[in-house]
Design a protein around this ligand. Structure first.
Ligand SMILES: *[C@@H]1O[C@H](CO)[C@@H](O)[C@H](O)[C@H]1NC(C)=O
Ligand SMILES: *[C@@H]1O[C@H](CO)[C@@H](O)[C@H](O)[C@H]1NC(C)=O
Ligand SMILES: *[C@@H]1O[C@H](CO)[C@@H](O)[C@H](O)[C@H]1NC(C)=O
Ligand SMILES: CC(=O)N[C@H]1CO[C@H](CO)[C@@H](O)[C@@H]1O
Length: 540
């Protein structure tokens, strides 16, 4: 087998500890059973405690099994054991033998994989001629206690996107991947050329600890190759749309919400529930208040969208958010995340990180400081972001240069997460990511919106109604749907503020509800006069 031809799709890492393997099971027997399933494409023998003689004996037995199955056997850390057995290569961690030394001992034809958990380690391993990278730790696991190196899918993506385009290196990720998240991880880390996509996943417990290792491995391979329920039919990064094309879609989207009255399931902020529910009704959605996670599985099947609004965070609330997120992801229904006050306290920063790591979020909507906090929680740490983070000044209304920077950063975030990011402010910015994907600027709205509590949350509700309607009709419409929501909301605010009966924020609120309703009605009746106010341009 030439090392260039190795298939890394399903990479099994052994574990001989009773906690994972079980007490009466033999590591070779489990590997043999897994290989019989025909799905495992690569095996790494990892045993950090055995003495050399025993390691060599077990490695020999494993090698006989992998040779019969036609898959490579790699030995963790121990170059000497790999040499003694004559297997296909080694896998080394950052604290193990150096890559250059391993290469000298093993020669060019053997496979050497290196564990990396950040961009610097990745670049170093690529320069040193690693054949593949084991990127992790993706999620917390029972097999490795080191929680400091947990990078999440965002961290994984960030490393993948920075691998030099001309590098032949292959990639697998490792850490806490099992049947519950294999499909999402594989989908979120597939990237358009010339970027690197993940070549495979490495699993330990999901196979070594399974009662039926053959069945478990077949199921994992199937999941890897199946897009998750929430994956849009066409990749968002191919979207290239002009403001005019987008505006052309708006009337149909307003009508789609009116026709479908989609469920807006919001887990929100007790402070604003009344206003949010009234806004939802005015734009044509059907609001439901349900902060109880157990209920989410049933609600997710009703064709609506979920809004996770972090207005008030409690440990119990967080558990409910995660349950709801999993339910909507599982049902393939959209999720809007509104990270209210995300950077403000340590509790909120931790909650943001947990929510962002726990599932797929279709639309991430926040003001500029909240978006910055999400960027930090995603572990984005390149120069551009570091620079952006110092730009706390952008908060109070960006000038041209700052807007460009912000646009670049939200596009990176959307590319990383394969979703839509909305940064609200005096001007709102929206992007679906992609290297050349447009960042739209929307210059509508009125300052009264900033003087009424909860208007940010209500925008989240409005967006959810629109993406719910679009997800049902044509999922490619998610970006236009977010834009339509922004226009409906902000133009209604302008119309309300201009009314003679509106004297300030107090009289504004009822007038705003009226205008949200009137915009919808007018559109359904074919009157698109309000849309002439739309001020949409391309920032980047
Ligand atoms: C995946 O692992 C988690 C955590 O160990 C566990 O709660 C979950 O049930 C597992 N899911 C599957 C499908 O094995
Ligand atoms: C799988 O994904 C979830 C988030 O969706 C994560 O919390 C968990 O740690 C992952 N691993 C396991 C084994 O569940
Ligand atoms: C963003 O919203 C949060 C919560 O409402 C607020 O505390 C913060 O000041 C806002 N930041 C900006 C830049 O508007
Ligand atoms: C628009 C909407 O769905 N609003 C609901 C959000 O959730 C609160 C409870 O947290 C409900 O009271 C609102 O009706």
């Amino acid at each position: 087998m030439r090392k260039q031809d190795v298939d890394y799709s399903l990479y099994l890492v052994t574990d001989s500890t009773p906690a994972v393997l079980g007490v009466r099971r033999d590591v070779c027997a489990v590997v043999e059973a897994a290989l019989r399933g025909g799905a495992v494409t690569c095996v790494q023998y990892r045993d950090k405690t055995g003495d050399t003689g025993a390691l060599v004996t077990t490695a020999r037995r494993l090698h006989a099994l992998t040779q019969r199955a036609g898959v490579p056997l790699l030995v963790n850390d121990r170059v000497d054991v790999a040499l003694a057995v004559g297997c296909e290569g080694v896998h080394i961690g950052q604290d193990d033998v150096e890559l250059a030394t391993a290469r000298r001992l093993l020669g060019e034809n053997k496979i050497i994989g290196v564990t990396v958990s950040n961009v610097e380690e990745m670049l170093e391993a690529c320069r040193g001629g690693a054949d593949y990278l084991g990127i992790g730790t993706v999620f917390a696991t029972v097999t490795k206690e080191n929680t400091k190196s947990i990078i999440g899918v965002d961290g994984l993506q960030q490393i993948l996107l920075r691998i030099p385009a001309d590098s032949p290196v292959k990639t697998v990720c490792i850490g806490g991947i099992n049947a519950s998240n294999a499909s999402r991880v594989a989908w979120q880390s597939s990237n358009p050329a010339p970027h690197h996509s993940l070549d495979g996943i490495a699993v330990v417990s999901a196979i070594m600890g399974a009662a039926d290792p053959a069945g478990a491995s077949r199921e994992l391979l199937r999941l890897l190759r199946t897009p998750p329920p929430f994956a849009p039919p066409s990749p968002r990064h191919t979207i290239t749309t002009t403001p005019d094309e987008l505006l052309g879609r708006v009337p149909d989207l307003v009508r789609a919400v009116a026709a479908r009255t989609p469920l807006s399931h919001n887990m929100t902020n007790l402070v604003v529930q009344n206003l949010a529910a009234n806004v939802a009704l005015a734009v044509g959605a059907s609001p439901i208040m349900a902060n109880y996670g157990e209920e989410a599985a049933d609600l997710a099947r009703l064709g609506g969208a979920l809004v996770v609004n972090m207005g008030t965070v409690t440990p119990e609330g967080l558990v409910n958010y995660l349950k709801a997120l999993a339910a909507y992801n599982g049902a393939g229904r959209p999720v809007v995340y509104d990270p209210v006050g995300a950077g403000a306290t340590a509790v909120r920063r931790a909650a943001t990180k947990t929510i962002l790591g726990a599932g797929y979020i279709d639309v991430l909507k926040g003001n500029q400081s909240e978006i910055q906090a999400c960027i930090a929680a995603s572990g984005m740490s390149d120069d551009q972001t570091a620079e952006a983070q110092q730009q706390r000044g952008v908060d109070s209304g960006p000038g041209e240069a700052d807007a460009t920077k912000l646009g670049g950063v939200i596009r990176d975030l959307a590319t990383l997460r394969k979703n839509i990011v909305v940064a609200t402010g005096k001007t709102d910015y929206v992007t679906g990511g992609g290297a050349d994907g447009p960042v739209f600027a929307v210059d509508n709205g009125h300052e009264y919106l900033g003087m009424v509590t909860g208007t940010g949350c209500c925008l989240g509700t409005t967006i959810s109604a629109y993406v719910a309607a679009a997800a049902t009709a044509s999922p490619e419409d998610r970006l236009p749907a977010v834009l339509a929501a922004l226009l409906h909301y902000n133009i209604a605010a302008e119309l309300a503020a201009e009314r003679n009966d509106v004297r300030g924020p107090g009289t504004f609120v009822p007038a705003f509800l009226d205008e949200l309703y009137r915009v919808r009605k007018a559109t359904v009746d074919g009157d698109l006069g309000w849309l002439k106010r739309a001020r949409v341009s391309i920032l980047l």
